[in-house]
Design a protein around this ligand. Structure first.
Ligand SMILES: Nc1ncnc2c1ncn2[C@@H]1O[C@H](COP(=O)(O)OP(=O)(O)O)[C@@H](O)[C@H]1O
Ligand SMILES: [Mg+2]
Length: 278
């Protein structure tokens, strides 16, 4: 399973958001896409799963241009777990996850589909939610159910848009670890957009770092998560330490604040720089 993106450009208007994106993702592997807000991470995965079509360039999955692959075929090959949208399904958890079996549909539901759904819920540790109504669950539980729906689809490529954003630290670790295991056990290509650099660094085989609408760096976590890269791409002053071979980032300050402090400019205590950055 290889995804080859070649000279991809995409814009929602005449202004390109992504330009000259060329990258190869090879499975079975667990790959993270990192980059600041608005850089085009979600847009890029939408170009892979055919929600969007590149203006220029190509996306090739196993020697086939995605533009020549039917929607139904794509749904069998590529699973997609969207950014935790405020989706509501007036359904039980089982029925919501069963929707993931739709691309493989036959008439009605087979016992084997239900078996896959229950196995997936079990694997994610949410078997007890099976008969609950999706709409009454917490954000973290929603996220796990949506993840289960993507897994139940049994795709060869699984794309996940910030699958850990609503989870507490323990569940973030567990989900990332499970995604890595899944890439091995099911021999699939798992591609996750992630905001937590340390989670991505700890579990990913490879990291694709986006900046300025294009691929700024790609490689192993050790190669990509460097002080220099974090400074240029995120505008932060960070210390990167080696935690048993895995890079671990300690954030110190935003570059802007650091420069102001060095220049002797006092920063008001109450200023919410995190919000301003967004
Ligand atoms: N449907 C849309 N229409 C117009 N602009 C959009 C749309 N979706 C995203 N954008 C813009 O495209 C840029 C990249 O967005 P996105 O891919 O969502 O970034 P990321 O996922 O990296 O945060 C942003 O500037 C965003 O405002
Ligand atoms: Mg996004």
């Amino acid at each position: 399973m290889i995804i080859n993106i070649e000279g991809l450009e995409f814009g929602y208007s005449s202004v390109p958001i992504l330009k000259d994106v060329t990258v190869t993702m090879r499975g079975p592997r667990f790959i993270s896409i990192l980059g600041p807000n608005g850089v085009g991470k979600s847009t890029l995965i939408h170009c892979i799963n055919k929600i969007l079509s590149p203006t220029v360039g190509t996306v090739i999955i196993d020697d086939r241009n995605v533009k020549d692959i039917s929607i139904k075929e794509m749904a069998k090959m590529v699973g997609y777990v969207p950014y935790s949208a405020n989706d509501t399904f007036p359904l039980t958890v089982v029925d919501t996850v069963l929707m993931g079996r739709h691309p493989h549909s036959h008439r009605g539901t087979l016992d084997s589909d239900l078996d896959i759904v229950y196995e997936t819920l079990d694997m994610l540790g949410i078997l007890d939610l099976a008969m609950r109504s999706f709409n009454e669950l917490s954000a973290g539980q929603h996220q796990k159910v949506m993840l289960a729906r993507g897994l139940a689809q049994e795709p060869k490529v699984l794309l996940l848009d910030e699958p850990t954003s609503n989870l507490d630290v323990r569940h973030q670790l567990e989900v990332a670890k499970m995604l890595k295991r899944l890439s091995r056990v099911k021999e699939i290509l798992v591609i996750m957009i992630c905001h937590d650099i340390n989670i991505a660094a700890k579990y990913s085989d490879e990291i694709i770092l986006l900046h300025g609408g294009t691929v700024f760096d790609v490689g192993t976590p050790k190669e990509v998560i460097t002080r220099q890269n974090l400074e240029v791409v995120y505008g932060v002053d960070a210390k990167v330490i080696d935690d048993e071979g895995v890079p671990h980032v300690i954030l110190r300050d935003s570059i802007q604040e650091k420069k102001q402090l060095e220049a002797g400019v006092t920063v008001p205590e109450t200023r919410d720089t995190a919000t301003e950055a967004i």
